[in-house]
Design a binder for this molecule. Structure first.
Ligand SMILES: [Zn+2]
Ligand SMILES: [Zn+2]
Length: 631
């Protein structure tokens, strides 16, 4: 199961121990990851100095930091952090080298039995039990190595930084509990999280960003602005209700996507939210691959009077592709029909564990900016390029300056297991994708052995205005599933061929994308996207003034602007404060003076008064800004 629910496709089943990285993966660790992982060794050193009975399990780098899992008679709490950090500082100050030593399996087992591995000294009668178990998972023939810093020796394949002094700045952040190898049948361990950076400046910037992210939390701002609600009692967890203001944003995004897709030659389709079991047995999502991520089936008999007939099973769709494949199959297709680009803002349902649900970012109902492009191999490069261009267009509109595409390819070893066993097609499509990425000058990284089951994949990562990273979308090439559905087109030479399929969702899902936009803009959306676009505010409640203000509101609404009026006799200061509080984008203030000259005083949210102008000019500016989706 992909850890990102904006991605569209099932990942292959996890290997039995997801935490164990291959040597290949390890070699790819970035400098920052090495710093962080090395810091985990230093943390273990410090903890052992304080509580020598600690038993260590895994200590990998993770997004934004590192952790180390351990078992210890002392329950470590954040109050202990200062003490641990002080010991860590000593080890960093000592600037000990990380010394690598390759040992035989027998030697490693002997050291683990003496309690020396993941330890400072021999601990007779206290074997390094997790290290002993980890040793059994190192394949025969793979070198076994230790890394030693000061008096701490750990079983580790590396890599690390050269010396403990290379860890520029660090901080312990939290404690949690975790089962050994993520399996609840195993002992529960203490997980200590921390983070490390090259220097203090970067560390400080990171914590400043985290502070800012808290202020911009989409759940907090979403509630303040009345964008969405999650009613766990009556509707269910992970099933957001879009309130009128959130719906205004949803519809703006859809309108935008529809315009962009229409111009790019897409056609729109609509499909039901459920399908028969056969659909997902054919796509391969069932019986196993994706079953855990789908809601359980509904069973029904077409004829209620015939209990002897086996009931049919229906599933809520977890992805739109199979339905679109059946639309492709609904009519005979010729090469002249290709490329065929089927687009739908499709609503999918995924059964995420309740502990995984998080505001709009991790949900069970998802409205996806989906489309499937069916094309020939010759058309592939152009189609793929056009999809990339579409991403760039969106990034520009939303002011996303930093982004990266993660291009995931297959691995030879995974063929027939993690990946469909079609080596030539893999190489060919990966080469095509890579060529397009290289030619377009898009910022990307290539990662091997992380592709989807049926083809290479691109995850799109963006950074919000405060520098926080989000994965918002995926883009995948599929050269296997169309064949499973028997999709063909009649080619020029009168033979039937199977099309390639590109799955793409540049705006991800409404849920995740709006969650992201709330943080990115801190709720201060550009005019076109703002739920409250314009408020006309009168100074006083004079009849003539109100009449004039109402006329202005009507004119704006006739032009599809979300405008409303505040004609109460409250003091103007209070009325403006109220509009500011609601994050109304543009406030048009009308008093007697403005009435006489047919002008309005314009205020922008968070920016204050920007001047008095003729009313007609202001209306034109508002309409232009919305039409051009100005930032
Ligand atoms: Zn290590
Ligand atoms: Zn798809």
């Amino acid at each position: 199961m992909p850890d990102d629910n904006s991605s569209q496709q099932p990942a292959p089943p996890e290997p039995p121990n997801p935490e164990r990285k291959t040597l290949d993966d390890r070699a790819k660790m970035t400098e920052l990851e090495r710093i962080r992982h090395s810091c985990a060794h230093v943390m273990a050193t410090a903890i052992l100095r304080l509580w020598p009975d600690a038993q260590f399990a895994y200590g990998p780098p993770v997004e934004n930091g590192f952790y180390y899992d351990l078992e210890c008679s002392h329950r470590i709490s954040p109050e202990d952090f200062e003490k641990i950090e002080a010991e860590m500082k000593k080890e960093i100050k000592a600037n000990n080298p990380f010394e690598k030593q390759v040992v035989t399996r027998e030697q490693a087992i002997a050291d683990a039995q003496s309690g020396r591995l993941g330890g400072l000294v021999d601990r007779p009668g206290n074997a390094s039990k997790f290290k002993l178990d980890l040793l059994t998972q190192i394949p025969e023939g793979e070198p076994i190595s230790y890394y030693k810093n000061g008096d701490f020796v750990d079983l580790c394949a590396g890599p690390h930084v050269m010396r403990t002094g290379n860890i520029g700045a660090f901080k312990l952040t939290s404690v949690a509990s975790a089962y050994y190898k993520g399996d609840e049948k195993n002992p529960q361990l203490q997980r200590i999280y921390g983070t490390a950076f090259k220097n203090k400046t970067q560390l400080d910037e990171y914590f400043k960003m985290i502070e800012e992210a808290k202020k911009r939390d989409h759940r907090k701002i979403g509630a303040e602005m009345g964008l969405f609600a999650i009613d766990t009692e009556f509707v269910g967890p992970g099933l957001p209700l879009w309130l009128p203001k959130g719906t205004a944003m949803v519809e703006e995004l859809e309108k935008f996507a529809k315009e962009v897709e229409f111009a790019a030659g897409y056609v729109r389709v609509k499909t039901p939210h459920i399908a028969k079991e056969k659909m997902y047995l054919t796509s391969g999502h069932l019986p196993l691959l994706y079953a855990e991520s789908m809601f359980p089936p509904m069973e029904l008999r077409e004829s209620r009077n015939d209990p002897g007939v086996e009931p049919e099973r229906y599933y809520l769709k977890a992805m739109n592709c199979p339905h679109h494949h059946r639309i492709f199959a609904a009519e005979p297709r010729s090469y002249r029909d290709l490329p065929l680009r089927l687009a739908e803002y499709g609503c999918c349902y995924r059964y995420e564990q309740s502990g995984e649900l998080f505001g709009l970012m991790r949900v069970r109902s998802l409205n996806m900016n989906d489309a499937h492009i069916y094309c020939t191999e010759e058309q592939f490069a152009d189609e793929f390029r056009a999809v990339n261009d579409m991403y760039l267009k969106y990034f520009k509109t939303f002011g996303l300056e930093k982004y990266q595409m993660r291009f995931s390819t297959h691995s030879k070893e995974g063929l027939g297991k993690k990946y469909v066993d079609q080596p030539e097609l893999w190489l060919k499509t990966e080469e095509m994708v890579q060529r397009v990425l290289d030619e377009s000058g898009i910022n990307y990284v290539k990662v091997s052995n992380e592709a989807a089951f049926y083809g290479p994949k691109i995850d799109v990562q963006v950074w919000s205005a405060i520098g926080r990273e989000f994965t918002i979308a995926t883009n995948q090439v599929d050269f296997a599933v169309p064949a499973r559905f028997g999709l063909t087109y009649r080619d020029r030479d009168n033979t039937n061929k199977t099309p390639l399929c590109i799955h793409r969702a540049p705006l991800g899902t409404h849920e995740r994308f709006i969650g992201f936009l709330i943080e990115h803009y801190a709720g201060n959306f550009p005019l076109w996207l703002a739920p409250d676009q314009v408020r006309v505010i009168t100074i006083g409640a004079d009849d003539r003034l109100i009449g004039h203000a109402k006329g202005l509101v009507t004119e704006l609404r006739l032009n599809q602007v979300r405008a409303e009026g505040d004609y109460s006799d409250s003091p103007i200061k209070a009325k403006i404060a109220d509009a500011e509080q609601s994050r109304v984008h543009t406030m048009l203030v009308l008093g007697q003076k403005e009435l006489e000259h047919d002008t309005v005083a314009v205020r922008l949210h968070g920016k204050g008064n920007v001047g008095t102008k003729p009313a007609s000019e202001v209306v034109t500016e508002i309409l232009t800004s919305i039409r051009e989706r100005r930032g």
